[in-house]
Design a protein around this ligand. Structure first.
Ligand code: SAM
Length: 172
């Protein structure tokens, strides 16, 4: 869940948060700011590169978090003030369903209370894109990179040099 976004200024960052979420194995991103351009970009990427990632605009983050909690999700809030990722990654790996919250500007104080885990990726301020990617990597131990994205029109074969890309044949 991406809470807040400074309109225009944060568009690129929010798009990258969504791209990281998708590429690192998340199922969905919930956004509190409506931005059809970001939705369109993410849908285009998913259409070409596969998988079932989706983007949803939400009106009320509080009620959304409440609903998720009631359906068994644990809430992880990424914050430089939280518990150290090194201390908590194994515990997070054991959770079945996680909702990860990242901020843009200063997040509302209540998030610290409602979160099951406030987690820091180091105790220095940096970026929601990097915090999310490190968290997703740590809690999945790199297995997210073995995931196959179903229905992909393009697939990369990793190679030492150059670009090896398999393209789907155009349908009649
Ligand atoms: N000054 C803001 C505050 O105090 O919340 C920081 C905003 S920061 C640009 C945007 C988001 O990046 C934060 O809400 C948090 O989710 C994430 N973030 C930045 N540094 C982090 C860190 N060291 N550990 C975890 N998350 C971090």
């Amino acid at each position: 869940m991406r809470i807040g976004q400074r309109v225009v200024r944060d568009d690129r960052v929010t798009t990258h948060v969504a791209l990281v979420a998708r590429a690192f194995g998340a199922r969905k991103i919930l956004m509190t700011e409506v931005n059809p351009d970001i939705k369109c970009t993410i849908e285009k990427v998913t259409n070409i590169w596969g998988g079932n990632f989706s983007l949803e605009f939400i009106e009320n983050w509080k009620s959304e978090i409440k609903m998720k909690k009631n359906s068994g999700f644990k809430i992880v809030h990424l914050s430089m003030y939280g518990e150290k990722i090194n201390d908590i990654q194994d515990k997070l790996n054991k959770q079945e369903k996680l909702l990860i919250v990242v901020g843009a500007e200063k997040v509302p104080r209540e998030i610290y209370e409602v979160a099951d885990f406030n987690v820091s990726i180091g105790n220095q301020p940096h970026s929601e894109i990097s915090a999310l990617s490190v968290l997703l990597d740590r809690i999945q131990y790199g297995t997210q990179f073995e995931k196959v994205f179903s229905g992909a029109k393009r697939k990369i074969t990793p190679s030492k040099r150059g670009k090896s890309v398999e393209m789907e044949e155009p349908r009649d």
